[in-house]
Design a protein around this ligand. Structure first.
Ligand code: FYN
Ligand code: ADP
Length: 608
């Protein structure tokens, strides 16, 4: 059976399937859908099809939103899911639907669902699935696929591809369901794999034929599984906790490093208590900003280099010693001065010693681990020496006042600092707003300039430093939280997902996109050394009006050439909740190659 025929067959049952009275079983539960054979005078035994088993299995597990893009063979699944009360957010490209699912997973601790068509749609979603896995965000990519018999014999089916095999190395787990009676198990396994242990991405392959399969409705209902305790608490071993406490107690210059795992864990009160009761200075990784307000006296963010070099004991909470932390080695950590001692809280035991020796691993979920450490901190706890906290405060104050002076300037045209100072003030006024941030310079400057005040309010390029998350993350943040979203976008970064402004307008989401327009990647001043008429590879159309894109779909577009114009437009956007795009015109000479990670760029690193 071809996938085209499958969808056609399914469509003949759609009108019937959409009748509300048949959406409930005798108990009024929205669990199974009965489809009757309309060709017969007497109704056949009540049956349920694959479409509805998928929908009901998701609903049974409290999944209320699907991000996706319809097409063969899942078009009817999107329609039926919507008819059954799921929120279906349709995108213009699967990568952004996938990014939305990943962000939703991070924000809610429920796996975000991305639904795509076969082969090309699946591949478009795969980047987001791999990125979610890399970032430890729980999501499930559900893709329709072509017929197994034809794919396996490589006979050239419509959108033929062995999707399961391709997905496997790029996610935590991958499953395929061939029979309607296994849909419940397939979805339960996908949910468990996404949420348990280190969260991540899961692929679920649903061949077209599955959707039209029918089975007895009662048996179908009985086959569904409500997942119990999908992310079980993992209590750390008492000796591991004591080992960590002993090292922490002996520290002269301790530091707590909070990562996005700590933000994901939703153990906000205990994490704050751990920091405040111990009195230890802390450094948030970018997506951990706001776990404690960035203005907190113990934040060492503005003395980053100093604390990384000088700390003698570092407690990592949901942060990996990967490239973002210079692998715990080298100049950044002044390792030549003598070994630093590391304590690491993580749910994944294999993360330990991945880059440097970890003297005290504390394995478990962050909530349980932090609570266990807290239990060992009593009134007799000796706070860190004033010499250490004082030295940090001194460096921090110096950096903060230098930054304050830079932010106060009002150059024309705007530079990154003057534009970001406006956004900083707006976020201070609306600390519940969610900031989405991508780019190179736009990312790096925004990270240190825009203070965050609440947990999980900052979504950015994450572990891979990936461009293209902007509009997908923004849509998810708005849909999942209902809060205003401020997307701070480099002009290059915005280009990866820019078409999704139509999605933002279509669902009338409270998203304000600010494009930092300096006419190119990094900046707009590169020249083509070959003498041909093409512009340099990093240069875009000069003076482009990104605001017109938003206007094209009925949103508000503003061209802001001064900080005052930007401030007014942003305040109006946040107050009104209307989809808005502000084209913030930035000096095209502003911006350095690759922002603050110039050293990773082989040629610029060599020149330095
Ligand atoms: C931080 N700083 C501040 C403040 N906050 N100064 C004043 N005021 C405030 N509020 C200081 C901080 O002490 C550092 O100075 C400096 O600003 C930068 O701090 P940041 O941003 O925290 O850290 P840094 O060194 O830039 O790098 C850390 C990083 C980060 C590697 C974790 O760069 C990062 O997340 N990079 C991701 C980059 C990425 O993915 N790019 C996308 C691809 S772009 P010093 O203490 O003096 O060092 C493709 O080209
Ligand atoms: P950052 O980029 O902010 O440094 P990372 O993504 O590198 O953060 O690290 C997040 C870490 O948090 C991962 O090693 C992951 O295993 C861990 N983690 C995620 N959720 C939990 C949790 N609930 N409990 C314990 N560890 C967690």
């Amino acid at each position: 059976m071809s996938s085209v025929r499958t969808e056609k067959e399914a469509t003949t049952t759609l009108d019937e399937a959409l009748k509300p009275a048949k959406n409930r079983d005798a108990d009024g539960e929205p669990v199974v859908r009965a489809i009757k054979n309309m060709a017969e005078d007497t109704p056949a035994a009540e049956t349920i099809d694959g479409f509805h088993l998928v929908i009901d299995a998701l609903k049974l597990n409290d999944i209320d939103t699907i991000f996706g893009l319809p097409g063969i063979p899942i078009t009817d699944l999107t329609r039926m899911a919507q008819a059954e009360g799921l929120r279906v957010i349709s995108f213009r490209h699967e990568q952004h639907a996938g990014n939305a699912a990943a962000a939703a997973g991070f924000l809610t601790q429920k796996p975000g669902i991305c639904l795509t068509v076969s082969a090309p749609g699946f591949l478009n979603g795969l980047t987001a699935l791999a990125n979610a896995t890399t970032n430890c965000f729980p999501m499930i990519l559900i893709s329709g696929s072509s017929e197994r018999e034809i794919v396996d014999l490589q006979q050239g089916d419509y959108e033929e591809m062995d999707q399961l095999a391709i997905a496997k190395p790029l996610c935590k787990a991958a499953f395929r369901v061939l029979h309607a009676q296994d849909i419940g198990v397939g979805i339960a396994r996908a949910i468990r794999a996404a949420l348990s242990g280190r969260p991540g991405g899961v692929y679920l392959d649903l061949p077209a034929k599955l959707f039209a399969q029918t089975m007895d409705a009662a048996a179908g209902k009985a086959s569904l599984i409500k997942v119990v305790d999908a992310a079980p608490r993992q209590i750390p071993a008492p000796d591991a906790v004591n080992r960590a406490l002993d090292i922490l107690k002996g520290a002269k210059r301790p530091l707590i490093l909070l990562g996005k795992g700590a933000a994901y864990a939703q153990a906000d009160a205990d994490i704050r208590a751990l920091v405040e009761k111990t009195g230890i200075p802390y450094l948030p990784m970018s997506m951990a900003k706001g776990l404690l307000p960035d203005t907190h006296a113990q934040s060492a963010a503005a003395a980053r280099s100093y604390v990384l070099q000088e700390a003698d004991v570092v407690l990592l909470v949901g942060a990996r010693l990967n490239w973002l932390l210079s692998h715990g080695k080298g100049k950044t950590w002044a390792q030549e001065k003598g070994a630093k001692r590391f304590i690491q809280i993580d749910i994944a035991p294999t993360e330990i010693d991945s880059n440097v020796a970890i003297e005290a691993p504390v394995i478990g979920d962050i909530g349980s681990c932090v609570a266990a450490l807290l239990a060992g901190i009593d009134a007799r706890w000796a706070r860190p020496p004033a010499e250490w906290t004082g030295a940090i405060a001194e460096r921090k104050d110096k950096n903060l006042s230098k930054m304050a002076a830079t932010l106060a300037a009002r150059p024309s045209p705007m530079n990154f600092h003057s534009a970001l100072s406006v956004i900083r003030d707006q976020v201070k006024a609306r600390p519940d707003a969610i900031v989405v941030n991508e780019g190179a310079n736009t990312l790096d400057f925004a990270r240190s300039i825009v203070d965050m005040y609440e947990p999980r309010k900052r979504l950015d390029v994450g572990t891979w430093g990936i461009m293209g998350i902007g509009m997908g993350f923004s849509v998810a943040a708005a849909v999942v939280t209902g809060k205003p979203v401020i997307a701070i976008e480099g002009d290059s970064a915005f280009g990866f997902s820019g078409m999704e402004v139509e999605t933002i307008c279509r669902y009338n989401l409270p998203v304000c996109v600010i494009v930092f327009n300096n006419n190119g990647v990094y900046r707009g001043t590169d020249v083509n050394a070959s003498g041909t008429s093409d512009v340099a590879p990093t240069v875009f159309v000069k003076n482009a009006r990104y605001d017109k894109l938003m206007e094209a779909f009925g949103g508000v577009g503003v061209n802001a050439t001064t900080a005052d114009e930007l401030q007014k437009a942003l305040a109006e956007a946040v107050a009104s909740g209307r989809p808005t795009l502000i084209n913030a015109v930035i000096d095209e000479t502003a911006g350095t190659e690759s922002g603050r990670i110039t050293s990773l760029n082989p040629s610029t690193a060599k020149k330095k």
